[in-house]
Design a protein around this ligand. Sequence first.
Ligand SMILES: Nc1ncnc2c1ncn2[C@@H]1O[C@H](COP(=O)(O)OP(=O)(O)OP(=O)(O)O)[C@@H](O)[C@H]1O
Ligand SMILES: [Mg+2]
Length: 268
Amino acid sequence: MIRLERVCYRYEGSGAAVEDLSFEINRGEFAALLGENGAGKSTVAKLIDGLVKPASGTVTVAGLDTRKTKTSELAKRVGFLFQNPDRQICKNTVREELAFGLELRGLDRAAIDERVERTLRDFGFDGERGPFTLSRGERQRLALASIIAAEPEIMILDEPTTGLDYRECMRVMEAVKGLNENGATVLMICHDMEVVLDFARRALVLSKGRLIADGAARRIFRSACAMEKASLSPPQITQLSLRLGAGFEEADTVGELAEAIVKRRRAV
Ligand SMILES: Nc1ncnc2c1ncn2[C@@H]1O[C@H](COP(=O)(O)OP(=O)(O)OP(=O)(O)O)[C@@H](O)[C@H]1O
Ligand SMILES: [Mg+2]
């Protein structure tokens, strides 16, 4: 579904942002892209979205080589949530905002109206509200809703939960989860390891433009070498169970930790 083969990219006047990067993400996966500030995560997102083209190597998205495909063509397949939702919002009402993305995709009026009304219902939005009267978390959900309304096959999210409170974060993530459960492939850039643990199954770790780890998110969290190299800390329960050592290897959530403690007490 998404394939990078030996991809290199550098911005004019700066060092390599992405170097010799290869990975593949299959249809229906929910993967997280992790790494320190400046590791190259947003650059990878832009490479997949076709906003930047590889200097060398190949990026293939839904079977299309991004270098040979128009960005507008890729945009029909890939939904891209920017780090800042306000870069995406441009209309005066929530309803117009939701319709806009669909108009760009060339849907007919009846289909647009049907999807807009469905999305308003699903997300519980008031269609007449002005987008900029919404809270930051709600604007993030609106940006996400207008992408989901277009039913993309692939969804790239650049830090979808940064700046949101817990409730807003969960509402945004539940929407992403729903999209993934309906078959969309999700790649999410995220600095919050608790969110990664709760929602992503796979984690790819970038450091200085290179892939340094790739596998089950829970396994990656326990790889001290990769985590330190990318300046990341595991989720809190994982940190605790790492300190507790033998018998706690599978405990990454409160429930699993409690279970491991009970097991241990029975064994004593
Ligand atoms: N428009 C640009 N012009 C020049 N250099 C850039 C540009 N955008 C990013 N870079 C550089 O490319 C490298 C990778 O940046 P990128 O934004 O992909 O990192 P990131 O992992 O998304 O970081 P963050 O966690 O801070 O968002 C960094 O060294 C950054 O300074
Ligand atoms: Mg970034």
